[in-house]
Ligand binder design. Structure first.
Ligand SMILES: C[S@@+](CC[C@H](N)C(=O)[O-])C[C@H]1O[C@@H](n2cnc3c(N)ncnc32)[C@H](O)[C@@H]1O
Length: 282
């Protein structure tokens, strides 16, 4: 594929229509809508708010963590674009909000291409409405499950991004903690990273219970049991393993506000319960 216009047209034609019959299931808490609530968004229902408030009662820092995660996403994407990366595969996209991946990347590289993938049909409905017309055909939204990496890699949009042999940024922000150990998240990440051209990047963030006493930390995942995805908190060492074989960029694996901050981090920032890092594939 050499001509941008052709790429755009093909992407448009291969994009999946979620269809008008998507069941929003407002009575079941959805992690994407709970996250939207933490961020102060309006794309959520009473069941989402109720579950989110339960989590906030257990850990008031969750809201700050969500905001810090989002800010990390923007700094990481901007940094990657400044390094010249103009291809992004963003899995676990979430409901669009201010400073989405494509907006951030395209501020630096206007033709940056972004494939958004999420397994929640609700995210797709919101994304398609909010991203309609965005990015001049360089932005695609797909329904895909991170637990099925082979299907993701077989997706024509993802293949098109990977096949040129140019560096690609694989973004897994705040999504791996929804992958249970039984689904082997390490094998999933390895399979995806193996498919990236050399010089590509993996950027991820992951919720942790490292700063909470264990009994308290166990309660967060319990609230998510009633939701459509379960929460698996992981320690710094466990998150570090996702980067095996890759070269972590400075400052390494740190809490979200500590990753290349724009302002001097506070003492509280060191305990924001989101491990964050960006690494290069040699
Ligand atoms: C907390 S939001 C993160 C949004 C965005 N990446 C960010 O960091 O701001 C998590 C997203 O992951 C999605 N998700 C959860 N499990 C997933 C899976 N197995 N495959 C794909 N997406 C998943 C949810 O639907 C939700 O939109």
């Amino acid at each position: 594929m050499t001509d941008n216009q052709d790429v755009s047209l093909e992407w448009m034609s291969t994009d999946e229509e979620p269809g008008p019959q998507v069941d929003l299931r407002p009575e079941i808490p959805h992690p994407a809508r709970m996250y939207d609530y933490y961020l102060g968004g309006k794309d959520n229902f009473p069941a989402d708010r109720e579950a989110a408030e339960k989590v906030l009662a257990l850990s008031p820092l969750v809201r700050l963590s969500a905001q810090a995660n989002r800010a990390f996403l923007q700094r990481a994407v901007r940094h990657l674009a400044e390094l010249g990366v103009d291809r992004f595969v963003d899995i676990g996209t979430g409901i669009p909000t201010v400073g989405n991946t494509h907006e951030t990347a395209q501020l630096v590289l206007p033709d940056a291409r972004v494939a958004y993938l999420d397994n929640d049909p609700i995210v797709l409905v919101h994304s398609r409405a909010l991203l309609a017309g965005a990015g001049r055909g360089t932005v695609t939204v797909r329904q895909a499950d991170l637990r099925e990496p082979a299907a993701i890699l077989a997706d024509p949009v993802v293949r098109d991004l990977l096949d040129a042999g140019q560096p690609v940024a694989l973004l897994l922000f705040a999504v791996l903690h929804f992958i249970d150990d039984a689904d082997d998240p390490y094998a999933i990440v390895r399979q995806l990273v193996d498919a990236l051209p050399s010089g590509s990047y993996l950027a991820l963030s992951h919720a942790t219970g490292d700063f909470t006493d264990p009994a308290q930390a166990a309660k967060g995942p319990m609230v998510y049991r009633s939701a459509t995805a379960q929460l698996s908190l992981r320690s710094k060492e466990q998150v570090q393993r996702f980067f095996d074989g890759l070269e972590l960029l400075e400052p390494g694996l740190v809490t979200a506000p500590q990753w290349r901050p724009e302002q001097a981090p506070t003492a509280e920032d060191a305990e924001i319960a989101i491990w964050s890092g960006v690494a290069r594939k040699p």
